[in-house]
Each structure stands twice: as C-alpha cells, then as structure tokens.
Design a binder for this molecule. Structure first.
Ligand SMILES: CC(C)(COP(=O)(O)OP(=O)(O)OC[C@H]1O[C@@H](n2cnc3c(N)ncnc32)[C@H](O)[C@@H]1OP(=O)(O)O)[C@@H](O)C(=O)NCCC(=O)NCCS
Length: 145
C-alpha cells in the first residue's frame, strides 16, 4: 500500500464503533457508549483525535493535546496511538504521528512527548524509526481517588 492510500483526518462521532475496537487493541477495552461520551474531547481546542483510514476503513488513531505545566512551556503530549493489527507496517503509525506533529506546530508547540510502556513490544523500535529521540525511562504510579 502506498502513502497516498492512507488518509489521516480528525475523528468524528460516527467513528465511535471503530474507535472502541481500537481502544481494545491498545489494551483499554471500552464500549461504544463510553467512547461516545469521551468524544466530547472533540470540542476541546487544545486536543485533537486523528484517525487513519486505509482502504476506506478506519485502522488507527492518535490522541494529542496541549500539556500545560508551571515548570515548562506548553508542549504537545500524545495520549494514545494504535494501528489495527492487520494494518501494521503499512505506514499508518508514521502518518498519524506526522499528523499529530503538524497539529502541534500549528499550535505553536515545539516538542511532542510520547510515553510508551517498556512492556510494549516493537514500539521501542518504531519511535526511533520515525524520528523520535529517547529521553528517559519512568515508572507510573496510581493514587486511588
Ligand atoms: C506502534 C504502532 C502504532 C506502529 O504503527 P505502524 O503503522 O505499524 O508503523 P509504521 O508502519 O508507520 O512504521 C513506521 C516505521 O517504524 C518501523 N516499525 C514499526 N513497527 C516496528 C516494529 N515492531 N519493529 C521495528 N520497526 C518497526 C517501520 O519499519 C517503519 O520504518 P521505515 O519507515 O524505516 O520502514 C503499531 O505497531 C501499534 O499500534 N502497536 C500496538 C499499540 C501500541 O503499542 N501503541 C503505542 C503505545 S505508546
């Protein structure tokens, strides 16, 4: 499949069903109803959810937002990135990342952070292959509320 066969576009509420399947593949099982509720993020000017279409069907997404903290200038942060198992290795992941980077530049941001679980196989070869620099390793803690 050539790059021209891949289309990256902003998600719409009608994508909810396909997005639910992709969230499951990412390791976050979600119902279509939950996805519909979460898609309120589409109205937030400091976030975007981009989807990749291959051969006409939705086969991946990337979620990116502006992160604002007191200790650093605003930066872009990827919340989730996944490509459907049957479409990996076709350039969709790279196209989604490029789309998110373009969105970040349009919002005057100069860097995009991506956090990836060390346990995710393949991902740690993907990011350097698409131009990312490994900066640090971290542990993630959960505080019950
Ligand atoms: C990581 C992921 C998004 C990559 O998407 P993809 O569409 O398969 O990646 P692409 O086809 O765009 O690959 C882009 C480049 O990365 C390389 N690459 C991708 N996956 C790779 C792997 N597992 N091992 C080595 N290189 C890999 C490709 O060879 C390609 O390099 P090239 O341009 O030099 O040929 C996809 O594998 C995925 O959804 N994984 C499961 C979910 C996940 O782990 N998401 C990340 C959470 S942080």
């Amino acid at each position: 499949m050539s790059d021209s066969d891949v289309r990256v576009r902003p998600a719409s509420p009608t994508d909810a069903e396909a997005l639910a399947g992709l969230c499951g593949e990412l390791g976050y099982p979600s119902t279509v109803r939950q996805i519909r509720e979460r898609l309120c993020l589409l109205g937030d000017p400091e976030r975007t959810l981009l989807v990749a279409q291959a051969e006409g069907s939705l086969a991946g997404f990337i979620d990116v937002h502006v992160q604002r903290v007191v200790e650093a200038d605003p930066y872009a942060e990827v919340g989730g990135l996944v490509v459907m198992a049957g479409h990996r290795g076709e350039g969709l992941g790279a196209a989604l990342l490029a789309g998110a980077a373009e969105w970040g530049r349009e919002h005057d941001l100069t860097v995009m952070w991506i956090r990836a679980n060390l346990a995710r196989e393949g991902v740690h070869d993907f990011y350097p292959a698409v131009g990312c620099r490994r900066v640090k390793d971290q542990r993630v803690y959960e505080y019950p509320l």
